[in-house]
Design a protein around this ligand. Structure first.
Ligand SMILES: *Cc1c(COP(=O)(O)O)cnc(C)c1O
Length: 422
């Protein structure tokens, strides 16, 4: 759909004819001090709370209150198996097989645990390649892995940079890096959707390129999970990690997901950190057995997990399953296209969308660069009732989320931005 129109009527019409419009009411919308709903454009930073989340958490609080430790086996949703209740819906969202997916730990911790297994440097091949504008936590994590193995974190880190005067990373440059230095690179670790530009990388293409050169390939999909179709299994990536509190609406600091490709599922030779939760479920509680590795992604678990956080994830995944991820992705493309259309129609040479214009190379986030702007612009937007994310020096990151944002949100956002810029 590209016949977007200016004016509030078009937005109202789209909202009235949106089969997902009722989902907005399934979320708590933040309000200002007068009780007016804010325009929330930061689902890429912290997704909103589904109204059913409280019930899911209360269920576990109630079972804990009435059953104590027996809740592990006697609860309505026995805690012993709780993470398994999340596997299939989560696997659907990231395009993986259930065997390949587990929910555990927090994101940067999982990135480290994956690197324990998938970053196995040798004196000849020890470097790590990341994208230049990687999320800082990811950069710090890979640098510390280099140091942990005794390598220099500057010399060992290769950055895939955008060209001078450009914002987006170019695949030709990646090919050149791999041609020249591929045999020194142990690991390629890319943010599946770059948090800053919103560029959705071609995971399969990067994986194939990396594998041709003998590199292990992993992705941090924190900005991709619940936002775009990742097709992790089909991408062939060795591993991936993501968080559940951005597009997956599972609450601040909630648990992370991890993907390990099926071809590694039964490999007991892979180096890894283990705990009792990586051990065979049948014999786990005999507590005396020799360690017996669980197959698949579950075999990377360490601890018995926090059930309250998992209950929030389960609530959110049920909302996704109910709406249908394909339907959400379709609306996402339309909403984002409309957003782009309105911004372009402003004809303001001070603003530039740095996110790819090709809908297949982005999710719902648009990153808007505003010439000569500073944080005061962000403050003015906040005063105007709009929650956005500001990234120094001059970028506003906005994400209209198909589950709860409307066409009218976008219309109003652009109207208020226009007023502020004038
Ligand atoms: C949000 C995000 C993080 C945050 O990491 P936590 O361990 O959850 O604090 C890390 N990496 C990327 C790419 C992110 O988008």
């Amino acid at each position: 759909m590209s016949n977007y129109q200016l004016g509030p009527e078009f937005a109202e019409y789209q909202d009235q004819n949106d089969q997902l419009s009722s989902y907005r009411n399934k979320f708590h919308m933040p309000k200002d001090s007068n009780g007016n709903e804010l325009i929330y454009m930061t689902g890429n930073s912290l997704g909103l709370q589904p109204k059913i989340t409280k019930d899911y958490i209360n269920q576990e609080l109630d079972d804990w209150a009435s059953l104590g430790v027996e809740g592990h086996t006697e609860g309505k949703n026995p805690w012993l198996h709780y993470h398994e209740f999340l596997t299939e819906t989560m696997a659907n969202i990231v395009g993986a097989k259930p065997l390949e997916v587990v929910v555990m730990n927090s994101l940067t911790a999982n990135l480290h645990f994956m690197m324990v297994s998938f970053y196995q440097p040798t004196p000849k091949r020890y470097k790590i390649l990341i994208e230049a504008d990687a999320f800082p936590s990811d950069k710090y994590a890979v640098e510390s892995q280099l140091r942990h193995h005794g390598y220099d974190d500057k010399e060992g880190l290769i950055l895939w940079k955008a060209r001078e005067g450009e914002e987006l990373a170019n695949y030709d440059d990646l090919e050149t890096i791999l041609k020249e230095q591929g045999d020194e690179i142990a690991l390629i670790m890319i943010g599946g959707v770059n948090y800053y530009t919103g560029q959705f990388f071609d995971l399969k293409r990067i994986t194939q390129l990396g594998h041709q050169h003998g590199c292990v390939v992993g992705f941090d999909c924190a900005h991709g999970a619940g936002n775009v179709k990742l097709d992790l299994h089909d991408s062939g990536a060795d591993f991936a990690v993501w968080c559940s509190y951005k597009y997956l609406n599972s609450g601040p600091g909630s648990l992370s997901g991890a993907f390990v490709h099926e071809r590694h599922a039964y490999n007991k030779e892979l180096n890894r950190f283990t705990g009792w939760w990586s051990h065979n479920k049948q014999t786990r509680f005999r507590m005396r057995d020799e360690f017996d590795q669980l197959p698949g992604a579950e075999g990377w678990q360490l601890s018995n997990p926090p059930i309250l956080s998992m209950a929030a994830i389960r609530a959110s995944l049920d909302v996704f399953a109910d709406a249908g991820f394909d339907v959400l992705c379709k609306k996402s493309k339309q909403l984002t296209g409309y957003f782009e259309f309105l911004l372009n129609e402003l004809n303001n040479s001070d603003i530039k969308i740095i996110t790819p214009s090709n809908p297949d190379e982005r999710g719902c986030q648009l990153s808007i660069q505003v010439k000569n702007a500073d944080k005061r612009l962000h403050n003015k937007l906040t005063e105007a009732g709009i929650i956005t994310d500001w990234r120094e020096p001059d970028v506003i990151r906005c994400a209209p989320v198909p589950l709860y944002n409307s066409y009218t949100d976008i219309y109003q956002f652009v109207e208020r931005l226009k007023t502020i810029l004038n």
